[in-house]
Design a protein around this ligand. Structure first.
Ligand code: NAD
Length: 486
């Protein structure tokens, strides 16, 4: 059986404890590899390697040398595209048609985009007067923050991990990554690409394991980790923030959401249906930016529900290798239990099940997979668990509204503030409503469209900080002012 080991100081190493856990293919429940679980010793070795690399060749490199290496990392991912694709789909159960367009290309792009950005970033300078008349010159320099702890989730494993590692390395930091226990393979494979690209040993380290009382907690508690960037659930973000308080270490948190779509009667219905279908069901609903609450203006409510139902029922459920499939399994049986518990809650809370609500019939060889049906509900009260809590599955609740003010109030009614999508052909309304939505990202007549130079992050309980473009520099560098008396 294949073993997935830690990547520390440029080498793959097993756990001293010999503790291993299963890596399961969610489409059929089969164990595909054994993963080494890091103890405190492995996490400490990884942090020490990262610290040493910071003081060593990586820290001494020019920006041009560093960024050239990161371009080679991106090219290395692209050169091994099929291997990354296979690994990502085996770990997650997502269709290859999706991962080949999003996960793997974006995983590679994250290195190039940030390498180019860092090469071209300006700094500030101010001349000032002094009482003796000679003056002084102030100028800012950005320095790497140090050893960055990276903790990533399972829904877009390579993409979200490199979204942190790319800027961290471009800015001259070193990293210790703890990927999700569900999806470790592409993060492990990236070690080979790093070595081949000439990334010095110790710059990129990976430790595997779980969160609490395992690799995740050991990493966040390690006193020699300078800052922690995390993507995952809001509750985990709170735990990590507490751990980071010891030693006053900075955190960047990309957390959960319960995102609203607002569909006005003056929308282009085709666009609104296509966009809402993708935002509710892409990646089997396991996208932090996905729409789980849809508010539709009353005159078009019935038509919208009927057309979204038809769209959901036309999705083709299948395994990653099925070229016609556009809807895969959930990431794990554990996650399926959570999603199905909400399917049950919806029924208990009196929802009208427009479509889905259960488990699809699958052929015998896929019967052991973590499949669920794409599901749409109507008729639930605004305070029901299904409408207020993040499910992170392929489902949404649709509710009618009568006025613009009501739609805004409904969209803003929860403690989350990650993303929102507005569907209208009235551009004044689009700007007016977008400005009032409490979220880090608002789309108008689109979803999941993003220039990597823009700021990304959540407001309220959906996160702290912005990453993307120059905004990533705020977290991954320390801005120092040097004042020279002339
Ligand atoms: P999760 O919080 O359960 O786990 C994320 C990572 O944190 C995993 O690597 C896990 O092992 C680790 N972890 C768990 N407990 C920990 C602890 N006590 N200390 C340190 N590490 C710990 O999240 P998940 O289930 O993997 O991912 C789904 C969640 O991620 C959803 O809530 C989703 O909205 C969110 N998400 C947010 C964004 C965003 O950009 N805002 C993007 C993707 C996913």
């Amino acid at each position: 059986m294949k073993e997935i080991k830690h990547f520390i100081n440029g080498e793959y190493v097993g756990s001293a404890s010999g503790k291993l856990f299963d890596n399961v293919n969610p489409v059929n429940g089969q164990v595909i590899a054994k993963i080494h679980e890091a103890g405190e010793a492995e996490v400490d070795a990884a942090v020490k390697a990262a610290r040493a690399a910071l003081k060593g060749p990586w820290g001494k490199m020019t920006v041009a040398e560093r960024t050239e290496i990161l371009h080679r990392v991106a090219d290395g991912i692209t050169a091994r595209f099929d291997e990354f694709l296979e690994a990502e789909c085996l770990d997650t159960g997502k269709p290859k048609s999706l991962a080949s367009h999003i996960d793997i290309p974006r995983g590679a792009a994250n290195f190039k985009v940030f390498a180019d950005l860092v090469k071209n970033v300006p700094t500030e300078a101010f001349e000032m007067a002094t009482p003796d008349g000679t003056g002084a010159l102030n100028y800012g320099v950005r320095r790497p923050k140090g050893v960055i702890g990276v903790i990533s989730p399972w829904n877009l494993p390579l993409l979200l991990m490199t979204w942190k590692v790319g800027p961290a390395l471009a800015c001259g930091n070193t990293v210790v990554v703890k990927p999700s226990e569900e999806t470790p393979t592409t993060t492990a494979l990236l070690g080979e690409v790093m070595n081949a690209a000439g990334v010095p040993a110790g710059v990129y380290n990976v430790v595997h394991g779980f969160g609490g009382n395992s690799a995740g907690a050991f990493l966040t508690a390690h006193p020699d980790v300078d800052a922690i960037t995390f993507t995952g659930e809001t509750g985990t973000g709170e735990t990590i923030m507490r751990a980071a308080a010891k030693g006053v270490r900075q955190v960047s948190l990309e957390l959960g959401g319960k995102n609203a779509g607002i569909v006005f009667a003056d929308c282009d219905m085709d666009k609104a249906i296509e966009g809402t279908l993708r935002s509710a069901f892409a990646n089997c609903g396991q996208v932090c930016l996905g729409t789980e609450r849809v508010y539709v203006e009353r005159p078009i409510f019935d038509e919208f529900v009927a057309r979204l139902k038809a769209g959901a029922e036309a999705l083709k459920i299948g395994e990653p290798n099925d070229p016609s499939a556009n809807f895969g399994s959930l990431v794990s049986h554990k996650h399926r239990e959570k999603v199905l518990s909400y399917y049950q809650k919806a029924k208990d809370e009196g929802a009208t099940v427009v479509t889905g609500g259960g488990v699809p019939d699958m052929p015998a060889h896929l019967a052991g997979g973590a499949w669920v049906q794409p599901t749409i509900w109507t008729g639930l009260p605004d305070d029901s668990a299904v409408v207020t809590e993040e499910i992170f599955g392929p489902c949404c609740h649709i509710r009618p509204f009568d006025t613009e003010e009501e739609a805004i109030e409904l969209a803003n009614s929860l403690p989350y503030g990650l993303a929102s999508a507005i569907w209208t052909e009235n551009s004044s309304r689009a700007h007016r409503v977008a400005g009032q939505i409490e979220a880090g990202i608002v789309w108008v007549n689109s979803w999941f469209l993003r220039d990597l130079r823009t700021a990304f992050g959540g407001s309220k309980q959906s996160g702290i900080g912005r990453e993307g473009g120059v905004h990533s520099l705020e977290f991954y560098t320390e801005l120092k002012n040097i004042c020279v008396k002339l």
